[in-house]
Ligand binder design. Structure first.
Ligand SMILES: [Ca+2]
Ligand SMILES: [Ca+2]
Ligand SMILES: [Ca+2]
Length: 307
């Protein structure tokens, strides 16, 4: 009994010293190895500070009640979308519905739902939430962010514009009213190059900058075991998908466009990710609470002593 009390005290002290990533769009050492690395070169332009979009790799850490998520690479300043779908609780939509009022039950923010009606994820991925970020020049440089609850009805979203105060880049730990923070560093010049062939994965994994989020787990339904994430770069009207997905597509692979073959059709609703080899999502495992993990470690020598 005394041993357990001491272990609990140790756990409290230790968890207070565990640091959280700094929300700045730069890959802290606190992030473990990548959760996903790009498999295909980008056909949305080799990313650099002045243009092009690429998703090089994904990093995640669950700490202090938050999911920290960093997608390294670039997002062109032409209001192209980085759409991040999250499967973190039971239920959800494997095939996305239209917007509420248009035959479906999805939120109306940013006009995404109408362009995605019918879009299907790989089997096993049932989206519950969605983040949208985009940047460009509209009355000044700006970076915008939305968070939507899939299937939540017309108004089930929060959105904020120009969260970095007249800049494409920066950090805002309270960008959305529900406590979601975001940061963006667009300085990458490495990573994947332009094309449709296999990515240089070592180069992709070496990129240290991109879009970083801090998301309260309470906003994701308080998941206990894992979180599945499907990230993709879309055009500025949500109607022309690039070839930049995480989990990645299988090379050679050009832009999906609206029909899966790079043709513009006015929507991405006909795309079924089951038609594309591999899983276009990755899984973040949620660690046991730090105190419990330390208790388990501390309990081992106690048992050995008694045996
Ligand atoms: Ca789900
Ligand atoms: Ca690049
Ligand atoms: Ca697939």
């Amino acid at each position: 009994m005394r041993g357990i009390v001491m272990a609990a005290a140790c756990g409290t002290v230790a968890s207070a010293t565990i640091a959280q990533p700094v929300l700045d769009g730069f890959r802290d050492a606190l992030y473990a190895g990548p959760q996903s690395v790009q498999t295909v070169q980008t056909q949305f332009g080799d990313g650099n500070p002045d243009g092009g979009s690429e998703l090089d790799a994904a990093y995640a850490r669950v700490e202090g009640g938050y999911l920290y998520l960093l997608l390294t690479g670039n997002l062109e300043n032409n209001f192209n979308k980085l759409n991040i779908f999250i499967d973190s609780r039971a239920g959800g939509q494997n095939s996305l519905q239209n917007a509420d009022g248009f035959g479906g039950n999805n939120p109306t923010n940013d006009g995404w739902a109408g362009k995605h009606a019918g879009f299907t994820f790989d089997t096993g991925f049932d989206a519950d939430y969605m983040l949208i970020v985009r940047n460009g020049f509209g009355g000044g440089d700006r970076f915008d962010i939305d968070f939507a609850t899939i299937g939540g009805g017309a108004g089930a979203f929060v959105a904020a514009g120009d969260v970095f105060g007249g800049s494409l880049v920066g950090s805002n730990s309270n960008a959305l009213p529900n406590g979601i923070g975001v940061a963006f560093d667009r300085s990458n010049t490495g990573g994947v190059i332009g094309g449709i062939d296999a990515a240089d994965q070592a180069a992709a994994a070496a990129v240290t900058t991109g879009v970083e989020f801090a998301i309260p787990l309470s906003e994701l339904g308080n998941p206990l075991t894992d979180i599945r994430i499907s990230a993709m770069v879309n055009g500025s009207n949500h109607d022309y998908l690039s070839n930049q997905f995480l989990g990645g597509l299988t090379p050679p692979q050009g832009n999906l466009g609206g029909d899966g073959f790079g043709t513009f059709t006015g929507s991405v609703g006909d795309i079924d990710l089951n038609d594309f080899a591999g899983q276009q999502y990755f899984t973040v495992t949620i660690p046991a609470p730090a105190g419990l993990a330390l208790l388990a470690i501390a309990a081992v020598p106690l048992r050995r002593r008694r045996a």
